[in-house]
Design a protein around this ligand. Structure first.
Ligand SMILES: *Cc1c(COP(=O)(O)O)cnc(C)c1O
Length: 354
């Protein structure tokens, strides 16, 4: 245990902040000046450091590279009109990181270590948190095996790293998606609920095939019958049918998204009926044909809400109605934005000051 959380800090001597044009931020390309690094050795986390962002060296035999012992998180920090920086539900990300770690036989990360590393990193790079409308600081924590050993067993040593990058207003063109009925992202009993690296690697090929057909992403279906909706790309899927919010219930094959959780909470706050249950492709397509499907969208940290405009099913494309100004997806997106920027009361205590 780290009883005193002194984090050794080595400041960069060459800030790259001038390279950032706050009006035109490209996602995921320019990283803030520093990163948080801590190693797990001899059964404990040791030597927490804030270092200039940069390349790291690892053993070519480490089992993150060979066997996928690697997990990550995605979260955001916001700067309000007064210049104060807040994090959106960071404890939820930590709990999920630890759930992923357990599934991948990796060590738990103590709350104190994670929150201190995270907040000290963001304070050090506070000037990197943009405040143009719709912008945020995207935060990427990750943990991976570091043993130089090629046998198949959980590593004894790990590295936890947190780095960040400013992101601009995420405008998502309404998505063309199609139901995937051959490949699967995840199976019941598998590791789909964990944010582990391999889930993403294996999803790239079926996604590429769909993109070659002109779709942006897939609606994954369940592995045993290919009948029920799982997720939409790397986002959770939500449908508004007859004015009710309908979304696949969580399971071991579905990732428990924090945006999903937040959207469901706001819908319940507004007295909407929320159904977490199995949702079949047939039900969605029937509701669409009968004009009862009002909206379909993906939810996740990067975009918050990504509306769907076309759904492909068994070789046919079907267009969704254009969401009106009072559409649920627009209202919930605005409500989340207002809470994150301090323009609306944070009744659920989601925002944590840095
Ligand atoms: C990260 C992720 C999500 C979204 O989770 P958020 O906490 O809302 O960002 C959804 N599905 C998958 C597969 C993911 O990896």
């Amino acid at each position: 245990m780290l009883d005193t959380l002194t984090i050794r800090t080595q400041r960069t001597s060459a800030s790259r902040l001038q390279q950032l044009d706050p009006e035109h931020i490209e996602f995921g390309k320019i990283f803030s000046d520093h990163m948080f690094v801590v190693d797990y050795r001899d059964g404990e986390w040791q030597d927490a450091q804030l270092l200039p962002y940069g390349d790291i060296s690892v053993s070519p035999a480490n089992s993150a590279l060979h066997y996928g012992q690697a997990i990550f998180e995605g979260m955001k920090a916001y700067k309000n009109a007064e210049g104060e920086i807040t994090l959106f539900r960071p404890y939820d990300n930590l709990h999920r990181l630890n759930a992923s770690a357990e599934r991948m036989c990796m060590p738990q990360v103590p709350e104190e270590l994670f929150m201190q590393g995270l907040t000290q990193l963001i304070r050090l790079d506070a000037d990197w948190v943009p405040n143009t409308p719709g912008s945020a600081l995207y935060i990427r924590p990750l943990m991976f095996a570091t043993d130089g050993f090629i046998g198949v067993r959980p590593s004894n040593e790990y590295r936890l790293l947190i780095f960040t990058c400013p992101v601009g207003l995420y405008y998502s063109k309404p998505l063309r998606v199609r139901f995937e009925e051959k490949y699967v992202r995840s199976v019941e009993g598998g590791a789909g609920y964990a944010k582990n690296a391999g889930n993403y690697g294996a999803a790239m090929y079926p996604t590429k095939l769909a993109q070659q057909e002109g779709y942006n992403q897939l609606i994954w279906t369940d592995a045993s019958e290919h009948r029920y909706v799982e997720e939409s790309g790397t986002m959770n899927a939500i449908f508004i049918i007859d004015g009710r919010l309908v979304t696949p219930a969580l399971s071991s094959s579905i990732l428990d998204g924090i945006t999903r959780r937040s959207v469901l909470q706001l819908a319940r706050d507004w007295g909407m009926s929320v159904e977490e249950r199995k949702v079949s492709a047939v039900e969605v397509m029937q509701a669409l044909a009968e004009g009862r499907l009002q909206e379909a969208f993906g939810v996740g940290t990067a975009a918050t809400i990504a509306p769907i405009s076309v759904i492909g099913y068994q070789g046919q494309d079907h267009e969704l109605p254009q969401p009106g100004e009072d559409a649920f997806s627009l209202r919930v997106s605005a409500a989340l934005h207002a809470i994150r920027t301090g323009q609306a009361p944070d009744t659920h205590n989601w925002m944590i000051a840095v």
